[in-house]
Design a protein around this ligand. Structure first.
Ligand code: WQD
Length: 347
C-alpha cells in the first residue's frame, strides 16, 4: 500500500517561479494542488506541467482576495500539509502608479491564506520574498542580517510587510514559516514548455535581451553606464529559475521534517556572483553565438547600483546551492523565446 503523498498547495502556481516550483515538487514525490486567479497567467501552464512531469496537478481558479472562495477551496482539500505562496502582483513600476491595487491584492491574498491555515491547523508556509527588501545594501555580498531598507515601491513594501506579518503570526499560531528572498530569477525549464511569459514590452533585462536577439526589439538600452561598478553598469545576482524552484522544495522538506531551527527563517536565493548588464550581454552572445545591438542610455529611476547574495546560510541550512551558470540561464532563456514565437505562429 503506497503511503499517500504529502499534498502541497502552491498559490500562484501557474506563474513563472510557481510553475517551475510545481515541476520540482512533483519530481520530488509531492502531490500538488494549484490555485491561481489567472490574472497574469493561463491554465495551459497546468497542461505543460503535466507534459513535463507526467502528472497534471489539480488546479482551481480562486480569487485569493475573496475569503469565502478560499474557505470553499480548503474545504475541498482538507489534506493540505503545507503552502507555498507565490500569488502576488509583481511589477515594481506598476506598483508605484497603483499602490493601493498592490497593497489590497498582495496583502489580502497572504492574510486570507494564513487565516485559512490557522483555522485548519496547516502548519508550514513558504513565502516568496525578494532581495528588494535590502534596497541599496551597505555591504556586499548581502546576507540575511543586513538591514531592511525603506521600500521604494509598493511592491517592495508588500514583500517587507509580508515578512513582518509572518514574524508576528508564527509567534501566535502553530504556523512555521520560511521567507525566500529571490535575487534575479531568469531562464526557463530545459523543455521550453514553461517560462516567463511577457505581456508587452519586457521590463526585465533578460527577456529584453532575448526579444532583441529575436528581432522583436531593435536594440537594448543599457540603463546607466556611470555606476561605481567594474564597467559602469548595474550589477545583479542572476539565478536560474530552476535553481530557485529547487530551493522551495528544500524549504518545504525542512519544515515538514521539522528541521527548521526556529519558527521563522529567512534565506537568500542567489548564486553569490554579481554580473553587470554588459556581462550579461556578453554571456548571451557566448551561450548562443548571437550578438546584441545595444546603446548606453540614462539610468532607470529606482535601480539599485549593485546587489548580490551571500548564500552561506541557504547552502548550509537548506543543503541547497545554485548549480546552473549564467550561460545555462541564457541558453534556456533563448530556447524559451524561440518556443514562444513558434507557438504564436502555430496558433
Ligand atoms: C536588471 C538590470 C536594469 C532592462 C527585478 C524585479 C525585482 C526582483 C529582482 C523579484 C538593471 C538593467 C533592464 C533593460 C537594462 N525580483 N536593464 N535595460 O530591476 O534588478 O529587479 O528582479 O522580486 O522585483 O524588479 O531586474 O531585470 O529589471 O534589471 O539596462 O531594458 O538590468 O537597469 O540594472 P531588477 P531587471
Amino acid at each position: 500500500m503506497r503511503t499517500p503523498k504529502t499534498k502541497i498547495l502552491v498559490t500562484g502556481g501557474t506563474g513563472y517561479i510557481g510553475s517551475h516550483t510545481v515541476v520540482e515538487l512533483i519530481a520530488s514525490g509531492y502531490e500538488v494542488v494549484i490555485i491561481d486567479n489567472l490574472s497574469n497567467s493561463s491554465e495551459t501552464v497546468v497542461d505543460r506541467i503535466g507534459e513535463i512531469t507526467g502528472v497534471r496537478p489539480a488546479f482551481h481558479r480562486v480569487e485569493m482576495c475573496e475569503k469565502a472562495e478560499m474557505q470553499a477551496f480548503f474545504d475541498q482539500h482538507p489534506d493540505i500539509r503545507a503552502v507555498i505562496h507565490f500569488a502576488a502582483f509583481l511589477q515594481v513600476n506598476e506598483s508605484v502608479k497603483e499602490p493601493l491595487t498592490y497593497y489590497l491584492n498582495n496583502l489580502n491574498s497572504q492574510l486570507n491564506v494564513l487565516q485559512c491555515m490557522k483555522e485548519r491547523n496547516i502548519d508550514h508556509f513558504v513565502f516568496s520574498s525578494s532581495c528588494t527588501v535590502y534596497g541599496n545594501p551597505d555591504n556586499l555580498p548581502v546576507d540575511e542580517r543586513a538591514p531592511i531598507k525603506k521600500a521604494e515601491s509598493a511592491y517592495g513594501n508588500t514583500k517587507q510587510m509580508g515578512e513582518e506579518i509572518l514574524e508576528h503570526t508564527v509567534k501566535a499560531t502553530r504556523i512555521n514559516a520560511i521567507s525566500l528572498r529571490y535575487f534575479n530569477p531568469v531562464g526557463a525549464h530545459e523543455s521550453a514548455l514553461i517560462g516567463e511569459v511577457q505581456h508587452g514590452v519586457p521590463h526585465h533585462l533578460v527577456p529584453y535581451i532575448t526579444e532583441t536577439a529575436f528581432g522583436k526589439r531593435s536594440q537594448l538600452n543599457v540603463f546607466g553606464s556611470d555606476y561605481r561598478t567594474h564597467d559602469g553598469t548595474c550589477v545583479r545576482d542572476y539565478i536560474h529559475v530552476v535553481d530557485v524552484a529547487k530551493a522551495h522544495v528544500a524549504a518545504i522538506d525542512r519544515l515538514i521534517n521539522g528541521k527548521n531551527r526556529s519558527n521563522y527563517e529567512v534565506f537568500n536565493l542567489g548564486t553569490g556572483i554579481g554580473y553587470s548588464v554588459l556581462d550579461m550581454i556578453g554571456a548571451f552572445t557566448k551561450a548562443t553565438g548571437i550578438s546584441i545591438k545595444y546603446e548606453l542610455a540614462p539610468r532607470r529611476v529606482g535601480d539599485v547600483e549593485a546587489v548580490y547574495a551571500d548564500t552561506t546560510l541557504a547552502n548550509r541550512e537548506l543543503g541547497w546551492k545554485a548549480m546552473l551558470n549564467v550561460e545555462d540561464m541564457m541558453r534556456s532563456a533563448w530556447k524559451w523565446e524561440q518556443a514562444v514565437a513558434a507557438k504564436k505562429t502555430e496558433a
